[in-house]
Design a binder for this molecule. Structure first.
Ligand code: G6P
Ligand code: MN
Length: 432
């Protein structure tokens, strides 16, 4: 049984492999294939992964390739974490809107829009290769923007696919730690789109504990309990608490760009580097670390890109499919009536049951008017963006970007779009 990773040269890969090595009893894979277009990164990451596998599971064969079809062919599961245009592309996505006084972010606002325009055609081409060379395989995607990737795969292809994000499982872990219960005991009433959602209620043993959390927020120092491993996480935690105090429910960290947008913009304008530039530094350091550990005898990593919940979610979803577990996860699916008030073809992020037949959305309660309004608006923007990317339509792209709530006007949308087209060269193709 072969598992392949497209974008295998990513600094996230060793963390994912740790997760995969742990579930070998549940999912008896025999081969891991890492594919990447960047041969240099693939060489470094491939080497540490080979050593990790040799340490824990010497019977598993590890291979690396720059040939996507070679990776896909014969795979039972294909994990996908691509970043079209690399981190340099992300930095452009972040910087261009800032020129016009608009938030520059990886997946939200104009940045997420540009990322979608680059990523969706590439994901479509990957799906076509899967259809041809491994039609029975499952694609587990965590390439961003994960919601729009899910929509595109569901609307334009018929491969077996699931698209995930680590935000909901992160909150589930936070609550589990807080209450000292296993993660599986924590049930989320989460509703939204990818990177735009609300944890309305949280159930532990069938009891809604949100009132308890509200009470705690008023009496104890919640900030001290929230994760603050680095500057980004600490900042996010602070913003979450402030929005929680206003709304009384837990927001996705990405909602800060909608609720506290002015402040986010000011922070970005003052920052010396964009997040993408910071991550470029982190990645460089990590690759050096991987290479150093791989040269020694003690194959233990003490630095990682984080993303431990991504790894756990990905292997848990994989195992739920393989072992037909019908387990509940928050993932991205076409709505089809699950969220009352949302269009059937909107891609929503909600609790779903996952088994070998795929992803079945669970019915959720109608979101309050304020949430529903924002979801509908952003879902309309996403729908147009997906169509623009797939039809290569400049006109639709412009309408989409103008509709995004973080973009103030059509003139600004046009300037940002034209700058993106120039900066990204052949990676964004739109016809006028
Ligand atoms: C979270 C999101 C991911 C996103 C990542 C960015 O994990 O769920 O979708 O890619 O943050 O983190 P970074 O360290 O690259 O800024
Ligand atoms: Mn995500």
């Amino acid at each position: 049984m072969k598992i392949s990773i497209i974008g295998g040269g990513s600094a996230y890969t060793p963390g994912l492999i740790e997760g995969l090595l742990k579930i070998r009893d549940e999912v008896p894979f025999t081969e891991l294939c890492l594919m990447d277009i960047d041969g240099e990164k693939l060489g470094i990451v491939g080497e540490i992964v080979r050593k990790m596998a040799a340490r824990d599971l010497p019977q598993v064969r590890v291979s690396t390739t720059v040939d996507r079809i070679e990776a896909i062919a014969g795979s039972a599961f294909i994990l996908c974490q691509i970043r079209v245009g690399g981190l340099a592309g992300r930095v452009l996505d972040e910087k261009i809107p800032l020129k016009y006084g608009v938030i520059g972010q990886e997946t939200v606002g104009p940045g997420g829009f540009a990322m979608a325009l680059r990523t969706l055609p590439e994901m479509y081409s990957i799906a076509r290769d899967i259809k041809e060379h491994a039609p029975e395989a499952w694609l587990i995607n965590y390439s961003n923007p994960s919601g729009m990737v899910a929509a595109m795969l569901a609307k334009y292809t018929d491969i077996k696919a699931v698209s995930i994000c680590d935000v909901p499982i992160g909150v589930q872990h936070f609550i589990a730690n807080l209450l000292k219960v296993p993660r599986h005991k924590v049930k989320l009433d989460y509703v939204g789109l990818n990177h735009l959602g609300w944890f309305r209620r949280i159930f532990v043993d069938g009891r809604d504990i949100m009132p308890q959390i509200r009470e705690m927020a008023g009496t104890v120092d919640v900030m001290a309990m929230l994760p603050s491993d680095d500057e980004k996480t600490a900042e996010e935690s602070a913003m979450i608490v402030r929005i929680f105090n206003k709304l009384g429910i837990i927001p996705s960290p990405y909602l800060q760009y909608y609720y506290l947008g002015r402040e986010c913009l000011e922070r970005q304008m003052q920052a010396e580097k964009t997040r993408g530039e910071v991550v470029q530094g982190i990645e460089k350091e990590l690759l050096a670390h991987f290479a150093e550990v791989a040269r020694g005898d003690d194959i233990r990593l003490w630095k990682s890109r984080g993303g431990q919940w991504h790894s756990e979610l990905m292997v848990s979803v994989l195992s739920a499919i393989y072992n037909d577990k019908s387990e509940e996860f928050v993932v991205n699916v076409l709505n089809n009536g699950a969220v009352p008030g949302m269009a059937d073809d909107a891609c929503v992020e909600i609790p779903c049951l996952v088994d070998k037949r795929g992803v079945r959305p669970l019915q959720v309660e109608r979101p309050d008017t304020d949430m529903l309004g924002l979801m509908q608006l952003v879902a309309a923007y996403e729908k147009l963006t997906v169509e623009a990317a797939m039809e290569q339509s400049y006109a639709k792209a412009l309408l989409a970007l103008n509709l995004n709530p973080l973009v103030p006007s059509l003139e600004v949308a046009e300037k940002i779009l034209d700058d993106y087209l120039e900066a990204h060269g052949g990676l964004i193709v739109l016809k006028k």
